[in-house]
Write a new protein. Structure first.
Lengths: 399, 301
């Protein structure tokens, strides 16, 4: 049976109530997943809004990835809530002074936007399948086509207008949703580790890199599974995007840390003690050295040497995996780290994750794996790879 | 939410072209141009309205604007507009007997363990030759071992062989702040400020997100695992609204805890504040706490 509560070991002086850590690994997973959504959407926008042709091979896939992950964004929150059955209270009677109150609306708006964009993108496919297929798939496509089989140029151009508008609206939508997650932490004045104006921006940029990295890994993996060659121009483009945003992320994170240390407000002693003690491995070695600096060096080297072929694929994919790991560590170091530094400013608490339980390791791994499984099913139902003329995906600017 | 939201009137073009189908081409073109301008103007008006609305929303969301809930409690013979409760602690009097902590646990059905407290007492001990104090509370494993029971609390005599320069106890509890960060961040409004100055939690409405637990700079809130909701001191609201004292005040054998009505100039708390130079803990938080202390020192936070 699951323990009723888990007391956290501590050193120094901590308030009695601080010996139970409020936010578990689920609150680490939540911004991680939202971030992947924002990042994947960014890649899709690079093609659908900005018309960057080299991202065409992954544009549709990026949107499906964003959708699959978005479906699971509320799951870690529901697993965390003491009363998940009351979750809708926050939507029915939102208390607007709370940074959390608008989450339901933001998430709801964004998921509808994603669904609409995916629908417009696959409408020609639905129409085609509705006419060709019989049985369950045909029936489903007939329902999804909403009874209109009009694929004339006029209709398609109308569709494109909508898709473009949705893709444009999705940029502030996706990024707003994630910047907002950063605000939930950054706006709390009770924790020095969180209370930073840069927090929403740091969250946003790390979100973008995590999403781009996820797409790189999934794209390369999918090419292997489909036994098709990787589009190197596309992969290199993604590596450029990753590299650029990583520079920003690293700079912002450095600035944030420098601010905390330089200002040296009350409680700085314990922060320094924490950062140079329990946090040295997860923060400096794993998040920065391994997860951020290494991929930057690897990608820089490959750009400089003009690496191509298999070496490029391996290098970029490994870098992307490191970035995915780095961003997960960043979420961990922010969410768990902030709570391990006691509010007293005179002690440290330590969080321990168990294997089994509603808010423990296995459940967290399942929440991260679930969108990937859904994506696996989704790409079978809605193939994003077919270079079929009936698939409506060209950006407006490219027309 | 007490604020009225007035939807801004935005001009719309109304699709006039469909209503009058047959017109000459030049006039149609002129009309379209006009409608386009109108739509543009409407967009700008809309954007401005959104901007002003956002500004208003930000002002309302600011911590300083916490308003009391407008539904008074259904308590007979109690008018919450006639009281403003406050709490005082005279740390020079506290002897660390912890009767207050045990009384609170029983009175309020607080989980009986060393990790959940609505009120607690801290011990500050300066040893000779040391600059920083040793701080502990009854939840400390050494003190819990001295008690021998998860439901009873005492301070172990751990400094009996040390040369103590200065030592004192500080009782702590929810500060029922005037600008409570916990109320500000509650996404559902389950926690709220009453008209008589108390911060309460509706345990039947709380979703258990624990954002408020994070937001409280004093560590006064905890997650009640039995009820799966946030929990904290209520100044024994069920007692004070019937004319009784909070349980911790009632049992304190030395009068270190003082409670009363600021609207009554002769109440114990009014006299306490008037006759002493009082301070509050962490005023820099901007929360404007309402527990007034006498006899604490710079290390108390």
């Amino acid at each position: 049976m699951e323990a009723l509560f888990q007391a956290a070991p501590y050193t120094g002086w901590v308030y009695p109530n601080e010996t139970v850590i409020p936010w578990s690994v689920m609150i680490v997973i939540y911004p991680y997943i939202t971030g992947l959504v924002a990042g994947a959407f960014t890649v899709s926008s690079l093609y659908h809004v900005f018309g960057m042709q080299r991202f065409k091979p992954v544009a549709r896939f990026a949107l499906l990835t964003a959708l699959c992950f978005m479906f699971f964004v509320p799951v870690p929150l529901l697993l965390h809530l003491g009363h998940p059955e009351r979750a809708l209270n926050a939507v029915l009677t939102p208390h607007w002074t709370s940074a959390m109150a608008a989450f339901g609306y933001f998430a709801g708006f964004y998921i509808i936007l994603l669904l609409l964009e995916v629908w417009f993108m696959y409408r020609p496919y639905f129409v085609q399948q509705a006419q060709q297929q019989s049985g369950l798939v045909g029936k489903l496509c007939r329902v999804l086509s909403l009874g209109s089989y009009d694929l004339s140029d006029k209709a398609m151009s109308y569709d494109h207008k909508w898709m473009f508008a949705l893709a444009v609206a999705g940029i502030p939508g996706a990024h707003g949703l994630h910047g907002y997650v950063g605000f939930i932490f950054g706006s709390l004045k009770s924790r020095e580790w969180w209370s930073s104006d840069l927090m929403p921006v740091v969250f946003l940029f790390s979100a973008i890199i995590s999403g781009v990295a996820l797409l790189i890994v999934l794209y390369v993996l999918s090419c292997r599974l489909r036994k098709t060659p990787v589009d190197l121009a596309c992969l290199k483009g993604l590596a450029y995007v990753l590299w650029g945003f990583m520079m920003f992320t690293l700079l912002l994170e450095g600035l944030e840390f420098a601010n905390i240390v330089y200002k040296g407000r009350e409680g700085i002693d314990i922060i320094i003690q924490y950062v140079t003690g329990p946090l040295i491995v997860p923060y400096f070695y794993l998040q920065f050295a391994l997860g951020a600096v290494t991929p930057i060096i690897v990608i820089s080297y490959m750009i400089w040497r003009g690496t191509t072929g298999k070496a490029l694929i391996v290098g970029v994919t490994v870098s992307a995996m490191l970035v995915l790991f780095s961003v997960l560590m960043m979420r961990w170091n922010v969410v768990i780290g902030g709570q391990e530094i006691a509010k007293t400013g005179k002690g440290l608490v330590s969080y321990h994750m168990l294997m089994l339980g509603r808010e423990e390791l296995l459940a967290a791994a399942a929440v991260v794996a679930a969108p990937l499984i859904l994506l696996l099913v989704m790409v079978r139902l809605l193939p994003p790879w077919i270079q079929n003329s009936t698939l409506s995906s060209s950006p407006v600017s490219a027309r | 939410m007490t604020q009225d939201i007035k939807p801004s009137l935005v001009a719309r073009d109304g699709g006039g072209g469909d209503i009058v189908p047959q017109e000459t081409k030049p006039s149609q073109a002129a009309r379209r141009a006009f409608l386009r301008k109108l739509a543009g103007a409407a967009t700008y008006t809309g954007a401005a309205a959104v901007g002003v609305g956002t500004l208003g929303a930000m002002q309302n969301a600011a911590a300083k604007n916490e308003t009391a809930t407008n539904a008074p409690p259904p308590i007979p013979n109690y008018d919450w507009t006639k009281h403003r409760w406050a709490f005082g602690v005279d740390a020079t009097k506290c002897i660390g007997c912890l009767r207050c902590v045990e009384a609170c646990k029983r009175e309020n059905n607080v989980p009986g363990d060393a990790h959940h407290f609505r009120t607690w007492v801290e011990r500050y001990v300066y040893l000779e030759g040391e600059e920083r104090p040793h701080i502990d509370s009854h939840h400390d494993p050494v003190n819990m071992a001295a008690s021998g029971s998860e439901k009873e609390y005492r301070f172990a005599n751990r400094y009996k062989d040390a040369k103590v320069e200065k030592a004192f106890f500080v009782p702590k509890l929810c500060n029922h702040c005037t600008h409570p960060a916990c109320v500000q961040c509650c996404p559902t409004g389950a926690t709220y400020k009453t008209e008589d100055g108390v911060v309460l939690i509706d345990h039947k409405y709380c979703i258990g997100c624990q954002y408020c637990v994070q937001a409280c700079p004093y560590g006064a809130r905890f997650f009640n695992y039995e009820k799966q909701v946030s929990d904290k001191c209520t100044w024994c609201y069920h007692r004070i609204t019937k004319g009784l004292q909070p349980a911790c005040v009632e049992v304190c054998p030395v009068g270190a805890r003082v409670f009363g009505d600021l609207k009554d100039k002769q109440s114990p708390i009014s006299l306490f504040i008037r006759n002493n130079r009082v301070s509050v803990i962490r005023p820099e938080s901007g929360n404007a706490p309402n527990v007034y202390y006498v006899g604490i020192d710079k290390e108390v936070g």
